[in-house]
Ligand binder design. Structure first.
Ligand SMILES: [Zn+2]
Length: 352
């Protein structure tokens, strides 16, 4: 599989490495992606799975603050990949996603080639992502693209693309903290002011001004599904590494060194100079990142504190905590969240 740009230059993605951040939402993946994006040769793009609806169609804001169609980086990516975003058939891509990129197709994606119609749809779907990743690598001059789409189903699709060097960073966070976060009404700062991109593409802006919420039990079940699916992915032979959000916050230098080794990012001491502080006063000096979707952390630049969000411990009711603990018990134990000291356990998780 290969991708060619409008300039006629034939490019393959063999030199493009995708570090795919997988996991369930509210697990700190946006912060982790921002930290990874400071490493040399690494380009973070946000949750690429939402590029089509939230970027191309809705014109939501890039992480740089500009509406999608006004961002020079994404204009260049669109030109390289499709000869301009107006040539990207978003309806077709959405249709292909429904045909192959769903949790219900994971058994098919994991175990067999699938029927001919499925294979054709998957091949077409992957060709779009291949063009996109290749264009991002060219526009950014970075050989490694970080995609924090998180969804296990897309990772299962991408593993079927022989021309991508796919590595999956499986990010987990204590299910109680995650479930509590999903109950909170969080404003989405992604929506650009009407008409600001000059393309009148503010579709359903009001309906998307707040992030989705889930009841704790529903969030717990979804946490189980996404994380379990990513464990299955690891067993298919896809290079996968597991990190806990709590470990990233506590010792970002150590975790980033390990992730860099996993992703093949050469590091020297200079590469981690953007990290500073100690104890509860850790921080990162972040540059602007052109990310298409993710939580509000994607808009931050300059000195950004790295601290544990442990609001759930005081705010979550005992009943909700018991429910989520019971529903997620096996994986909570596997990740070390049930050890003495709970999520503060000092022993880092190193095994899958
Ligand atoms: Zn931008």
């Amino acid at each position: 599989m290969s991708a060619s740009g409008p300039g006629g230059t034939e490019r393959t993605a063999r030199d493009v490495r995708v570090l795919y951040v997988g996991g369930f939402g509210r697990s700190g993946s946006t912060l982790i992606e921002r930290l990874l994006g400071e490493l040399p040769g690494v380009c973070p793009v946000g949750e690429l799975v939402h590029l089509w609806q939230r970027g191309v169609l809705a014109g939501e804001r890039c992480g740089c603050g500009a509406p999608f169609h006004n961002c020079p980086f994404w204009r260049r990516v669109g030109a390289i990949a499709f000869g301009g975003w107006h040539n990207a058939d978003v309806d077709r891509i959405s249709s292909l996603r429904r045909q192959v990129d769903r949790n219900r197709f994971i058994p098919l994606l994991a175990t067999s080639e699938g029927p001919p119609a499925f294979r054709r749809a998957l091949s077409e779907y992957l060709s779009v992502y291949l063009r996109l990743y290749t264009a991002v690598a060219e526009a950014s001059s970075c050989p490694i693209v970080v995609d924090s789409s998180k969804l296990a189903s897309l990772a299962f699709c991408l593993r079927r693309c022989d021309d991508l060097d796919l590595r999956v960073l499986h990010v987990v966070r204590d299910s109680r903290a995650v479930a509590h976060s999903w109950t909170r009404h969080v404003y989405r700062p992604d929506v650009a002011p009407p008409g600001s991109d000059g393309q009148a593409v503010q579709r359903s802006a009001a309906a998307h001004s707040y992030m989705t919420t889930y009841l704790p039990a529903s969030a717990a079940l979804r946490w189980n599904i996404q994380n379990s699916a990513l464990h299955v992915l690891a067993r298919t032979g896809t290079p996968t590494s597991l990190v806990r959000y709590e470990d990233v916050v506590r010792d970002p230098e150590l975790v980033l060194r390990e992730v860099a080794a996993f992703a093949g990012v050469p590091l020297n001491d200079e590469a981690l100079r953007f990290l500073g502080g100690d104890g509860d006063g850790r921080h990162a000096d972040l540059r602007t990142a052109h990310t298409v979707s993710g939580n509000r952390v994607r808009f931050l630049s300059g000195r950004v504190p790295i601290r544990q969000d442990d609001a759930w411990q005081a705010a979550m009711s005992a009943g909700q905590r018991r429910t989520v603990t019971a529903l997620t018990l096996p994986l909570l134990g596997r990740y070390g969240y049930l050890r003495t000291g709970g999520w503060l356990a000092r022993k880092r998780l190193r095994t899958r």
